[in-house]
Design a protein around this ligand. Structure first.
Ligand code: MEV
Length: 318
């Protein structure tokens, strides 16, 4: 058998679902995110000339093509952050894993974490998770413009996380939350590939234009997420679901939902989900429904699949 360094470097990053406060986190409001049990996997080896990327992830039609420029920029940013001279490298990066490349479930952050870990192994850098997280944050700028850091944090550490971006440049607040037991959720995909960078920039522009309206919404989002943390700790799932519904309404108000997301959210609630909301950048991408117990999860998933939507059956708090 060949020794590992001759073969390649490899690494993984978790997919994620934001349960509370996407977009608001960019503006310093705490958010709650859970990693899911699907990962992006990367392998890096010396091959050919320059850099080639083989993206073999399965996902939404057009995702790979639409994200190609941002993906290249993200890898460039990682090379810089890691001190790798891209002009002198002959590398092949292969991306795979069981995390579908849907918008909204952290496919970009998971792949950045996976690539950073694979590069670190290939170049024999012994990097702690904190450094991997920082490198992936640099990469996220290519996909999200001014990211909060919530996606790369979930992709790096996994688990259920309370996250607050520190607006003054210091370290972000990252706390692990515990759930009494894992809870079934459904992630439904609209099939629309969304551009997180555009969505984040849109919110910032509207916030600047109508600060009074947005300041009130920000305040509401802040109050809501503290209640959500208490409800999660108490394992009061009905309350968690109700707060997810309220969070969706706030996300509608900041204009990041769309007709397809609203339809899927309503359908999930009609079929008995305790709560449902869009998840991630919005404008397409995915929604999440809280569906404790397998039978409820199956019922909601079946309703989506009957309408032709792709679904991930997974759990939070694993
Ligand atoms: C995207 O998954 C989450 C956003 O809040 C952007 C970010 O926090 O970086 C929309």
């Amino acid at each position: 058998m060949l020794s590992k360094d001759v073969l390649m470097g490899s690494g993984s990053g978790f997919g994620k679902v934001i349960l509370f406060n996407e977009h608001f986190v960019v503006h310093g409001v705490p958010g709650i995110v859970s990693a899911i049990d699907s990962v992006a996997h990367a392998e890096v080896k010396e091959a050919g000339e320059g850099l080639s990327i083989k993206d073999e992830r399965k996902g939404a039609i057009g995702y790979t093509e639409k994200k190609l420029i941002q993906q290249k920029e993200s890898i460039d940013r990682m090379f810089k952050a890691m001190g790798i001279n891209s002009e002198k490298t002959s590398l092949e990066i292969r991306l795979g894993g069981n995390l579908p490349s849907f918008s909204g479930i952290g496919a970009s952050a998971a792949s950045s974490v996976a690539i950073a870990r694979a590069l670190a192994e290939e170049f024999k850098m012994d990097l702690p998770d904190e450094r991997i997280n920082e490198i992936a944050y640099e990469a996220e700028k290519a996909y999200a413009g001014t990211p909060s850091g919530i996606d790369n944090t979930a992709a790096t550490y996994g688990g259920l996380i309370w996250f607050k971006k520190t607006m003054t440049g210091g370290p972000n607040i990252i706390e692990k939350l515990c759930l009494k037991e894992p809870v079934e959720i459904i992630i439904g995909n609209t099939g629309i590939v969304a551009d997180t960078k555009e969505m984040v920039a849109g919110v910032a522009a509207r916030k600047q234009k109508t600060p009074e309206k947005y300041n009130l919404l920000v305040k509401h989002a802040e109050e809501l997420v503290f209640k959500a943390r208490t409800a999660l700790r108490a394992f009061d799932l009905r309350k968690v679901g109700k707060l997810m519904n309220e969070n969706h309404r706030l996300l509608q108000e900041i204009e990041v939902s769309c007709r397809e997301l609203d339809h899927m959210v309503s359908l999930a609630r009609e079929r008995g989900a305790l709560g449902a909301k869009l998840t991630g950048g919005g404008g397409g991408g995915c929604m999440v429904a809280l569906t404790p117990r397998k039978d409820l999860q199956e019922k909601v998933a079946a309703a989506f699949e009957e309408e032709g939507f792709k679904v991930l059956r997974t759990k939070i708090g694993v």
